[in-house]
Design a protein around this ligand. Structure first.
Ligand code: AQP
Length: 349
């Protein structure tokens, strides 16, 4: 049975990239599948150790989940540190994964910068904890933005190596299933996870530079739309977004080589659950001076209710904490079962 897992870090304000790349997909998937959505607080101390307000950030991401429409009763919403099995499995995966695999991660290279020797060991091992987050629930599908693709490939590599290294033991305890990876038959305890990245805006780009992804850590606030921005700020940021001087093309092919135009059309499509082709059928031939107000109106219509509900929820931390506690208990029960088998497989007494 497919099982969904995904997470968001409680660092900084959520932006439109997080909303379209993650939250909106989370909400859509809960109609068809069992979903586990996590606030990955242990990840947030990898790049920056000391945070003034990590607890309130964790509550704020939870509020964003709920305000976007995630149902914490039918599904599971919790914070990572409340289920210690994530960190435990990550340690085992640290011993499965190879340093070379981690060194090749572009996110590590970007975040560590030039002074790699001084990056935290946690930043290097980040993908190992991410693999544990997913696999401790033996989740099969992970909705994420395009920037996480490489980490999910690594998750598959870790699962594959674990399955092969412990093949004999997995057979012995009878907890594996026969799968084929490429043309190699594997008796797998951990599944080969599939990323769910597709959609019109798999990577939302900065409003100021179509070659950079929209990001919490971009120093320019004009580069992103925050979920907490009010209507006027959203409209102003879209008005000021970088564009080129040409009219919009009528077909998707015409967006090639026009990253800013492509980004705005993708955002419009994702916010309205349409395809880019469909959006261009309506707006092709129009100037940005006409398209931008329509985009601003759409963005405000979609984001305002989320924004208002988030504010309401943030004012009730006791409710948020109760949701997280309930979710952690239910997640913990699943994680505990997996770890019991993992102890058996690895041979931990
Ligand atoms: N620009 C983006 N477009 C589409 N999806 C995106 N995601 C992030 N940025 C974009 C997706 O949001 C989810 C949560 O991400 P995270 O909590 O791991 O944060 P992040 O990827 O570190 O977010 P930022 O804004 O990019 O932070 P910094 O600036 O610290 O690097 C993930 O599914 C991610 O794919």
């Amino acid at each position: 049975k497919p099982q969904i897992f995904s997470g968001v870090q409680p660092t900084g304000n959520l932006h439109l990239g997080n909303y379209l790349g993650a939250l909106r997909k989370f909400v859509a998937l809960q109609e068809q599948m069992d979903c586990i959505y996590c606030v990955v607080d242990l990840h947030s101390i990898t790049a920056q150790l000391v945070h003034d307000d990590l607890k309130s950030q964790t509550r704020s991401i939870t509020a964003a989940y709920l305000a976007s429409g995630i149902d914490p009763v039918k599904h599971i919403v919790f914070n990572q540190s409340a289920v210690p099995q994530h960190a435990e499995l990550a340690w085992i995966f640290n011993c499965v994964a190879r340093i070379g695999w981690m060194n090749r991660m572009t996110q590590f290279k970007d975040k560590a910068g030039k002074d790699r020797e001084n990056a935290s060991l946690g930043l290097l091992a980040y993908p190992s904890l991410m693999a544990a987050d997913i696999l401790v629930y033996r989740a099969t599908h992970v909705p994420v933005g395009d920037d996480q693709k490489q980490h999910l490939e690594l998750t598959r590599d870790i699962a594959m190596k674990f399955n092969l290294d412990f093949a004999k033991k997995i057979k012995e305890i009878g907890k594996g299933v026969d799968i084929t990876v490429g043309d190699q038959p594997v008796h797998a305890f951990f599944p080969m996870v599939e990323p769910l990245i597709e959609g019109p805006a798999p990577r939302v780009m900065s409003l100021k530079d179509g070659s950079k992804k929209m990001s919490k850590s971009d120093p320019s606030d004009l580069s992103r739309i925050n979920l907490t921005d009010d209507a006027e700020t959203v409209a102003r940021k879209i008005r000021k977004a970088k564009t080129d001087p040409d009219a919009l093309p009528s077909e998707v092919d015409g967006l090639k080589g026009r990253p800013e135009a492509d980004n705005l059309v993708g955002i419009f499509a994702a916010l309205s659950d349409r395809t880019k082709a469909d959006v261009l059928t309506e707006y092709g031939g129009q100037q940005f001076s006409q398209f931008k107000p329509a985009l601003a109106e759409l963005a405000v219509n979609v984001l305002s209710p989320v924004n208002a509900e988030m504010r309401r929820l943030i004012d009730d931390p006791a409710h948020i904490d109760a949701v997280l506690k309930d979710g952690s208990e239910r997640a913990g029960a699943i994680a505990e079962k997996t770890m019991k088998d993992v102890h058996e497989i690895v041979g931990l007494l």
